[in-house]
Structures are given as C-alpha cells and as structure tokens.
Ligand binder design. Structure first.
Ligand code: F3S
Length: 78
C-alpha cells in the first residue's frame, strides 16, 4: 500500500500536484497543498487507481514536498 502526505513547511503552493492528481491533492486557504483522503494526516491508503497520479505529482513537485511511504507517515507539523 502507498501513503502520502504534503510537507506544508516546504510546499510553495505551486499548484502542480493538484493538476496531476486532483483526486488526491487540494489546496488550503493559503494555497498550500494537502491530501484530501485523510486531511493530510498521512494515514489513508492511496487507492490503487490513483497511484499513477500520485507518482506524477511526486515527480512534478519542485520542492519535493510530497512524501510517499509504504506505511502510515508521521511527520512533525509545526
Ligand atoms: Fe506544493 Fe509541491 Fe504541490 S510545492 S502545491 S506540494 S506540487
């Protein structure tokens, strides 16, 4: 299984991920991306049919803010 989360500390609100994977990423009031599936908690499995979109978004993020892991992700959100 794949899990994903956006590191909003480094996201520059470029808008690329939501274009690549509109069913996974959306933007908050400040334009920062978050994962729709689990409100950016990193705990929801990405559905199989969305994993290709996820890879595209991962590859397209200019700041490497999209994290992907095979188990639920815990990162410190300040
Ligand atoms: Fe941010 Fe990267 Fe998406 S900079 S808006 S997480 S493509």
């Amino acid at each position: 299984p794949k899990y994903t989360i956006v590191d909003q500390e480094t996201c520059i609100a470029c808008g690329s991920c939501g274009a690549s994977a509109p069913d996974i990423f959306d933007y908050d009031d400040e334009g920062l991306a978050y994962v729709i599936l689990d409100e950016n908690k990193g705990t929801a499995e990405v559905p199989l049919e969305l994993q290709e979109d996820l890879e595209d978004a991962f590859d397209g993020c200019p700041t490497d803010s999209i994290k992907i892991a095979t188990s639920p992700i815990i990162i410190e959100m300040v």
